[in-house]
Design a protein around this ligand. Structure first.
Ligand SMILES: [Zn+2]
Length: 118
């Protein structure tokens, strides 16, 4: 959804992505950290499931559980970071560009249309 330019009233505006990538990276790092923290429990669950297959099952189950925990944590964190970054982009940063007059604004800026008296 695009927003009206508060300076000229044009609807020909676009979002300049700024926070999305750093926030996504941060989310990915945080997610990976959570994944690392859950490796131990993932390994334990995998090892428990592997018990049925004998000693080799315990080892492979444990490794598989650890890897799955790390991957899931990382991708979930990246997805969360992406969502947060997009919301920061849309609501907080002054990062909407008017293609008509070149003004940079954020949604909710007070309209400053020519001829309006405040
Ligand atoms: Zn404008």
């Amino acid at each position: 959804m695009e927003h009206k330019c508060p300076h000229c009233g044009s609807e020909d505006t676009c979002l300049i992505p700024q926070a999305k990538h750093p926030a996504s990276t941060l989310g990915g790092v945080a997610g990976a950290a959570i994944g690392l923290a859950s490796i131990a429990s993932g390994a334990r669950v995998g090892a428990t499931l592997g018990v049925a297959a004998g000693p080799l099952g315990v080892l492979t189950g444990g490794v598989a559980g650890a890897v799955i925990s790390a991957l899931m944590g990382g991708s979930a964190g990246y997805a969360l970071g992406n969502i947060v970054g997009e919301q920061v982009d849309r609501r907080i940063l002054r990062n909407h560009l008017c293609r008509e007059c070149g003004a940079i604004f954020k949604p909710g800026d007070t309209p400053q249309l020519p001829g309006t008296v405040s």
